[in-house]
Ligand binder design. Structure first.
Ligand code: HEM
Length: 354
């Protein structure tokens, strides 16, 4: 009898873990999980380091700074609780970091003397969240000096910020990245795609980073959170081909709505949610609006102009498929051009080379 009761309890425990861990389920099921912290996730301290390709390992700081990942998580959680827009800011910073010189925190460096760093390039003008990375780094440094890289802190904090609403990490972040010492504004324009890019430009830039068309589509799903400034898409509303027309690939009713938001074609101040009504919730709703021709940028609409990309975008209307593919692509993106071993350095301050 006692053993039957124990068996029942065990089955119940397994079932409840499965339901909570199924991030592909409907988003309602997981809302407000952040109040419970990482209850349903991994206990990082219990990880034995395991090599993943590219010289990164699961829990690289296991011995050198066992509390590192927990500190990153708790400071990130604190910041996201007071600023729900932070996940969007951080994931965009990570994308812009990884696409220029790899994920080496080069985007975090300040300009020095007459050398303009990536941070001050046009493409990075609206990036935000640097102060949060600096504050996480300061907390980590209090416990482990010059041990945990800014590149790893950015990768972990991004994952933790985006995942918070689900109470469990949405993708794996193997660690061991080191920080770069070079950051040049001039390298951004060729590596960071603009919102006006067509499919050929997008797929070429991604291929240069060893990312496939499927990675391009899945990662564009990050546009389910955050905002865009009017000047990045207003040509689609006011003067698409130079004849005062609008972009025919944009839903006309949505274009009417957007014109009520943006004052004119050069409005650099006003922002519009990229996934209206759901812009602080990380989910696959971007693919719904994309299908309905309401993607905000030319680069979003471009995903429907290629057969393979369009078919894949439609597959990501399935939430489980989206979460799986997004996780895979984020892991690939987080490993682009990483510095490991004795390469680069571990910065003391994320905005300055040692
Ligand atoms: C595929 C090529 C991409 C293009 C052309 C592109 C372009 C843009 C543009 C023009 C903006 C608006 C910036 C502003 O108004 O300040 C934006 C915002 C954003 N992008 Fe992308 N993006 C791309 C891919 C990605 C990827 C791969 C990610 C992350 C994995 C990402 C995450 C974001 C987020 C979260 C925002 C909103 C930021 C905020 O709210 O401040 N984007 N993107």
């Amino acid at each position: 009898m006692v053993s039957k009761v124990l068996l029942m309890l065990l089955i119940l425990a397994i079932c409840s873990t499965f339901v909570i861990c199924n991030a592909g389920g409907s988003k309602k099921k997981f809302h407000n999980k952040h109040k419970e912290g990482w209850k349903n996730g991994h206990d990082y301290d219990s990880y034995e380091p395991k090599y993943d390709g590219d010289g990164l390992k699961d829990n690289f700081y296991h011995k050198s700074c066992p509390r590192a990942e927990k500190i990153v998580q708790s400071v990130t959680e604190r910041h996201v609780s007071s600023n729900p827009n932070l996940p969007a800011k951080l994931i965009r910073v990570l994308f812009h970091d990884c696409f220029v010189r790899g994920c080496d925190a080069s985007v975090l460096l300040n300009s020095t003397g007459n050398i303009q760093s990536e941070k001050d390039a046009n493409a990075n003008r609206n990036l935000a969240g640097f102060d949060v990375i600096d504050s996480i780094k300061a907390e980590v440094e209090k416990v482990c000096q010059e041990t945990v890289s800014c590149a790893d802190i950015l990768a972990l904090a991004t994952r933790d910020a985006v995942s918070l609403q689900y109470g469990r990490p949405l993708w794996k972040v193997p660690t061991g990245r080191r920080d770069g010492t070079i950051s040049l504004a001039s390298e951004t324009s060729t590596n960071i795609p603009s919102g006006a890019s067509n499919f050929t430009v997008l797929s070429n830039i991604f291929a240069n980073k060893s990312l496939s068309v499927h990675d391009l589509v899945a990662l564009s799903g990050a546009h389910t959170i955050g905002v865009g400034h009017c000047n990045f898409f207003s040509r689609r509303l006011f003067n698409f081909t130079g004849k005062g027309d609008q972009d025919s690939s944009l839903d006309p009713n949505y274009a009417d709505f957007l014109r009520t938001q943006c004052k004119n074609s050069t409005d650099r101040i006003t922002t519009v949610a990229m996934d209206p009504g759901s812009s602080v919730s990380f989910d696959n709703h971007y693919f719904e609006i994309l299908k309905d021709r309401k993607g905000l940028f030319v680069s979003d609409a471009a995903l429907l102009t290629d057969d393979d990309a369009r078919r894949f975008a439609l597959k990501l209307l399935n939430p489980k498929k989206f979460f799986d593919e997004f996780a895979k692509s984020m892991e690939k993106m987080g490993a682009i051009g990483v510095l490991t071993g004795s390469q680069g350095q571990i910065r003391k301050h994320c905005s300055l080379v040692n």
